[in-house]
Ligand binder design. Structure first.
Ligand code: DQA
Length: 139
Protein backbone atom coordinates (compact mmCIF):
# COMPACT_ATOMS: atom_id res chain seq x y z
CA UNK A 1 0.00 0.00 0.00
CA UNK A 2 1.22 3.48 -0.86
CA UNK A 3 2.31 5.39 2.25
CA UNK A 4 1.51 9.11 2.16
CA UNK A 5 1.89 11.64 4.96
CA UNK A 6 -0.02 14.91 5.04
CA UNK A 7 1.70 17.57 7.14
CA UNK A 8 -0.08 20.75 8.17
CA UNK A 9 1.84 23.65 9.68
CA UNK A 10 0.89 26.52 11.97
CA UNK A 11 -2.74 27.51 12.53
CA UNK A 12 -4.03 24.78 10.25
CA UNK A 13 -5.31 22.93 13.32
CA UNK A 14 -8.01 25.63 13.30
CA UNK A 15 -9.37 24.77 9.85
CA UNK A 16 -13.15 25.07 9.89
CA UNK A 17 -13.00 27.85 12.50
CA UNK A 18 -10.16 30.01 11.19
CA UNK A 19 -11.12 32.75 8.70
CA UNK A 20 -13.76 30.53 7.04
CA UNK A 21 -14.23 32.93 4.13
CA UNK A 22 -10.64 32.10 3.12
CA UNK A 23 -10.16 28.57 4.43
CA UNK A 24 -13.71 27.16 4.45
CA UNK A 25 -15.95 25.64 7.11
CA UNK A 26 -14.66 22.07 7.12
CA UNK A 27 -12.41 20.73 9.89
CA UNK A 28 -9.37 18.95 8.50
CA UNK A 29 -10.13 15.75 10.44
CA UNK A 30 -13.53 15.49 8.67
CA UNK A 31 -11.95 16.05 5.26
CA UNK A 32 -9.30 13.47 6.07
CA UNK A 33 -11.94 10.86 6.85
CA UNK A 34 -13.50 11.40 3.40
CA UNK A 35 -10.09 11.27 1.71
CA UNK A 36 -9.26 7.96 3.41
CA UNK A 37 -12.59 6.52 2.22
CA UNK A 38 -11.99 7.73 -1.33
CA UNK A 39 -8.46 6.31 -1.59
CA UNK A 40 -8.37 2.99 0.29
CA UNK A 41 -5.28 2.05 -1.75
CA UNK A 42 -3.32 4.68 0.21
CA UNK A 43 -2.26 4.62 3.81
CA UNK A 44 -2.75 8.32 4.64
CA UNK A 45 -1.03 9.45 7.82
CA UNK A 46 -1.56 12.94 9.21
CA UNK A 47 0.59 15.26 11.32
CA UNK A 48 0.02 18.85 12.39
CA UNK A 49 2.26 21.16 14.37
CA UNK A 50 2.49 24.85 15.04
CA UNK A 51 6.23 24.51 15.67
CA UNK A 52 8.76 24.80 12.84
CA UNK A 53 11.29 22.38 14.34
CA UNK A 54 8.62 19.72 14.86
CA UNK A 55 7.69 19.92 11.17
CA UNK A 56 11.35 19.42 10.31
CA UNK A 57 11.63 16.48 12.74
CA UNK A 58 8.62 14.81 11.10
CA UNK A 59 9.99 15.30 7.56
CA UNK A 60 13.29 13.74 8.67
CA UNK A 61 11.49 10.89 10.46
CA UNK A 62 9.41 9.70 7.50
CA UNK A 63 11.28 11.20 4.57
CA UNK A 64 13.36 8.13 3.72
CA UNK A 65 10.47 5.73 4.05
CA UNK A 66 7.20 7.21 2.77
CA UNK A 67 6.14 7.27 -0.88
CA UNK A 68 5.14 10.90 -0.65
CA UNK A 69 4.60 13.87 1.63
CA UNK A 70 1.92 16.52 1.10
CA UNK A 71 2.99 19.66 2.95
CA UNK A 72 1.03 22.77 3.78
CA UNK A 73 3.63 24.67 5.76
CA UNK A 74 1.26 27.59 6.45
CA UNK A 75 3.09 30.84 7.09
CA UNK A 76 6.45 29.01 7.41
CA UNK A 77 6.19 28.59 3.63
CA UNK A 78 7.15 32.22 3.29
CA UNK A 79 10.01 32.25 5.79
CA UNK A 80 11.62 28.88 6.39
CA UNK A 81 14.92 28.07 4.74
CA UNK A 82 15.20 25.28 7.35
CA UNK A 83 12.09 23.60 5.90
CA UNK A 84 13.55 23.98 2.40
CA UNK A 85 16.73 22.24 3.59
CA UNK A 86 14.76 19.44 5.29
CA UNK A 87 12.76 18.77 2.09
CA UNK A 88 16.01 18.66 0.10
CA UNK A 89 17.62 16.34 2.65
CA UNK A 90 15.09 13.52 2.35
CA UNK A 91 14.32 11.17 -0.52
CA UNK A 92 10.49 11.11 -0.35
CA UNK A 93 8.94 13.50 -2.87
CA UNK A 94 7.21 16.46 -1.23
CA UNK A 95 4.30 18.36 -2.77
CA UNK A 96 3.63 21.87 -1.46
CA UNK A 97 -0.06 22.71 -1.14
CA UNK A 98 -2.05 25.78 -0.21
CA UNK A 99 -5.77 26.05 0.36
CA UNK A 100 -6.02 29.69 -0.69
CA UNK A 101 -4.54 31.28 -3.79
CA UNK A 102 -1.59 32.92 -2.07
CA UNK A 103 -0.83 34.92 -5.23
CA UNK A 104 -4.11 36.81 -4.99
CA UNK A 105 -3.40 37.76 -1.36
CA UNK A 106 -0.83 39.93 0.45
CA UNK A 107 2.52 40.30 -1.34
CA UNK A 108 4.41 38.61 1.53
CA UNK A 109 2.52 35.43 0.63
CA UNK A 110 3.74 35.52 -2.98
CA UNK A 111 7.16 34.17 -2.03
CA UNK A 112 7.73 30.54 -1.09
CA UNK A 113 10.98 29.41 0.49
CA UNK A 114 10.07 25.77 -0.10
CA UNK A 115 8.71 25.53 -3.68
CA UNK A 116 12.12 25.00 -5.28
CA UNK A 117 12.78 22.01 -3.03
CA UNK A 118 9.41 20.39 -3.79
CA UNK A 119 8.36 18.05 -6.56
CA UNK A 120 5.41 20.29 -7.37
CA UNK A 121 3.08 22.94 -6.01
CA UNK A 122 -0.74 23.02 -5.85
CA UNK A 123 -2.31 26.30 -4.84
CA UNK A 124 -5.78 27.74 -4.46
CA UNK A 125 -8.23 24.83 -4.78
CA UNK A 126 -9.48 24.85 -1.20
CA UNK A 127 -9.16 21.47 0.53
CA UNK A 128 -9.16 19.93 -2.96
CA UNK A 129 -5.51 21.04 -3.16
CA UNK A 130 -4.70 18.08 -0.86
CA UNK A 131 -6.85 15.74 -2.98
CA UNK A 132 -5.09 16.83 -6.18
CA UNK A 133 -1.70 16.31 -4.56
CA UNK A 134 -2.70 12.81 -3.48
CA UNK A 135 -3.96 11.93 -6.96
CA UNK A 136 -0.67 13.13 -8.44
CA UNK A 137 1.12 10.42 -6.43
CA UNK A 138 -1.20 7.83 -7.99
CA UNK A 139 -0.58 8.82 -11.63
C1 DQA B 1 -1.85 28.81 3.55
C2 DQA B 1 -1.41 30.17 3.01
C3 DQA B 1 -0.40 30.80 3.95
O1 DQA B 1 -0.01 32.08 3.43
C4 DQA B 1 -0.99 31.01 5.31
O2 DQA B 1 -0.04 31.54 6.19
C5 DQA B 1 -1.59 29.76 5.86
C6 DQA B 1 -2.36 28.90 4.97
C7 DQA B 1 -2.96 28.18 2.69
O3 DQA B 1 -3.15 26.97 2.80
O4 DQA B 1 -3.65 28.88 1.94
O5 DQA B 1 -1.51 29.49 7.05
O6 DQA B 1 -0.73 27.92 3.51
Amino acid sequence: MMKILIINGPNLNLLGKREPTIYGHVAFEDFLETLREEYPQCDIAYYQSNIEGELINKIQEVGFDYDGIILNAGAYTHTSIALHDAIKAVTSPVIEVHISNVHSRESYRHVSMISAACKGVIIGFGLNSYRLALVSFLL
